[in-house]
Write a new protein. Sequence first.
Length: 202
Amino acid sequence: MFTKYYPHILATVFTLFFIAFGIHPVDRDVWVVEVTPIIIAFIILLLTFKKFRFSNTAYTMMSAWMFLHTIGGHYTFANVPFDFITNLFDFQRNNFDRVAHFSVGFYAFAVTEVLIRKKWANAVISTLFGFAFIMSVASVYEIIEWSYAVIDGGNTGIEFLGSQGDIWDAQKDMLMDGLGALFSLIIFWVVRPVQGIVFTKR
């Protein structure tokens, strides 16, 4: 029963979590910008659930980004309480955003699962596309962040950009997205949520 209703339980927990962290965020304008992609992704998963149900592992991995990004939206990523890690590794900045970007890569798992289960591509192409998809999203999102920061021209734009003075922030964020994708694809081939998949074309 738990396995059957796991997505429902996870969605309920996330909804409560989202509501709780939507109360009195550090900066409401930043919160709106940050949670917009979360809401869009969540709604898409809800609307497509009956037509395509992902494996429970895929839902778990996709939810990781939602939870982390919700936290970042509440505090703003530069101000998330992350001092323990920052001090432990003697970082010069708050790297919570790097962790969140790593979790973005977990969506490569879901993309690969869709392609294989729908028989739209063989295992190799599906895996490569999953990685390429994440890197494409990563680059587009960095452009969106930059564009919004320029258009806004104020503190909201700066907080949304989240560079914290690092001139290589965009490149490092994309690297973390890619590393997260590689990690999730390794997990995919260890767990193998789709039965009977092989590295050959049908």
